[in-house]
Write a protein that binds this ligand. Structure first.
Ligand SMILES: NC(=O)c1ccc[n+]([C@@H]2O[C@H](COP(=O)([O-])OP(=O)(O)OC[C@H]3O[C@@H](n4cnc5c(N)ncnc54)[C@H](OP(=O)(O)O)[C@@H]3O)[C@@H](O)[C@H]2O)c1
Length: 333
């Protein structure tokens, strides 16, 4: 028997486990040209929360009664397709199920297992890593002498955005929701300073750690964190808007105060979606994989075991349980 995770109802406000069901279901059957997969790692990502809503977003909404879909690392266990052999490890946007069939293998990407761990294909060497690069480097344009502030800095994207800005010569400050996360940023990721936004005022922390103000704010959070960053931004600051996770589980949009700073301080605030940058992935991997291998770049994963734990793992990720990239492992590598 196969097992899958389906969405049973649309959340209003904070998503909880009653929105999901763990279901037994029939084993998938492939036809000619199809590829049969065994899932190994399910990726949990904040944008999945938006896909649980009915309204349109940049990715299509999930259907009630149908499986959650995210980036999944999987092994080919049967193939009627000359592009994929049994034993190949691939990633694709797949159902949260132990086994699935992909018609004609469309949308599957073979993972180059020489580059890093196979899980890295959906994290540091995949789209989340490229997200950190595009936001921190291409949009953020850090230069020696700059001060860069990263929110949700101990998360998947944040830990990398900070390290990339640091490599470009900036002084890097991060915020995160736990003292263990703050230690991780300072001691493992080489951030110049870090603070716990849950135990003090963000304004006071930015005044203390960024006394000259911010040249770059990498926004993962939105809300009051963005408002504080606008108050501490310098003239000519750049704000790559990567995400606004503080709003994803809110029913109403409370808005952002202080946008006049964009005008008075000539701030460039730029939203971006990584799907527009996929063509840069191979060059990004070639640049970053050697840093990862040599240990110059740190990347932390948080792996939860078992498909039945996937809903709790996803909710917990949004609540800040994990340091680094949260994955759900559903089969041995
Ligand atoms: N633009 C794009 O194409 C793109 C691509 C990938 C990701 N993103 C965005 O990038 C951001 C980070 O994604 P990720 O995958 O790296 O997730 P992540 O940072 O690994 O995990 C989410 C983190 O958000 C933090 N958080 C939750 N609620 C918060 C709040 N109210 N205030 C401050 N922090 C809060 C939690 O950490 P704490 O313990 O620190 O609170 C949690 O660990 C998200 O906003 C996501 O939507 C955008």
């Amino acid at each position: 028997m196969n097992t899958r995770i389906v969405l049973t109802k649309r959340p209003s406000g904070w998503v909880d486990e009653s929105c999901f069901a763990v279901q037994d279901c029939a084993e998938p059957v492939g036809g000619p040209g199809d590829v049969l997969l065994e899932a190994i790692y399910l990726s949990t990502d904040p944008y999945l929360r938006g896909r649980m809503n009915a309204g349109p977003s940049y990715a299509p909404g999930f259907e009630i009664g149908k499986p959650i879909v995210s980036r999944v690392v999987a092994r080919v266990i049967a193939s009627g397709n000359s592009r994929f052999a049994v034993g190949d490890v691939v990633w694709g946007f797949l159902d949260w199920a132990l086994r699935s069939v992909v018609p004609r293998g469309e949308g599957l990407h073979k993972i180059d297992t020489t580059l890093g761990r196979i899980s890295h294909a959906v994290s540091v060497l995949g789209m989340p890593g490229l997200t950190a690069w595009v936001g921190a480097i291409e949009i953020g344009q850090p230069a020696p002498g700059d001060t860069a502030y990263i929110s949700s800095a101990a998360g998947t994207v944040g830990q990398l955005a900070g390290q990339f800005a640091k490599r470009a010569g900036a002084r890097v400050v991060g915020s995160a929701g736990g003292d263990d996360k703050v230690d991780f940023l300072r001691d493992r990721c080489g951030f110049d300073a870090a603070f716990n936004y849950k135990t003090g005022s963000i304004d006071e922390a930015l005044a203390e750690h960024c006394p000259q103000g911010l040249d770059l704010y990498f926004d993962n959070v939105g809300g009051s964190t963005l408002e504080a960053a606008l108050r501490h931004a310098r003239v000519g600051a750049r704000i790559p808007v990567c995400g606004m996770i503080s709003a994803y589980n809110e029913v109403d949009d409370p808005g952002i105060k202080g946008l006049q700073a964009l005008l008075t301080k000539r701030i460039a605030m730029t939203g971006f979606i990584i799907y527009d940058h996929v063509h840069k992935l191979a060059a990004y991997q070639a640049r970053v994989a050697p840093w990862l291998r040599s240990g110059e770049l740190v990347f932390q994963e948080d792996i939860v075991q078992g498909i039945e734990q996937a809903p709790a793992a996803l909710i917990g990720m949004m609540k800040g349980e994990a340091i680094g990239k949260r994955l759900v492992q559903v089969a041995a590598e």
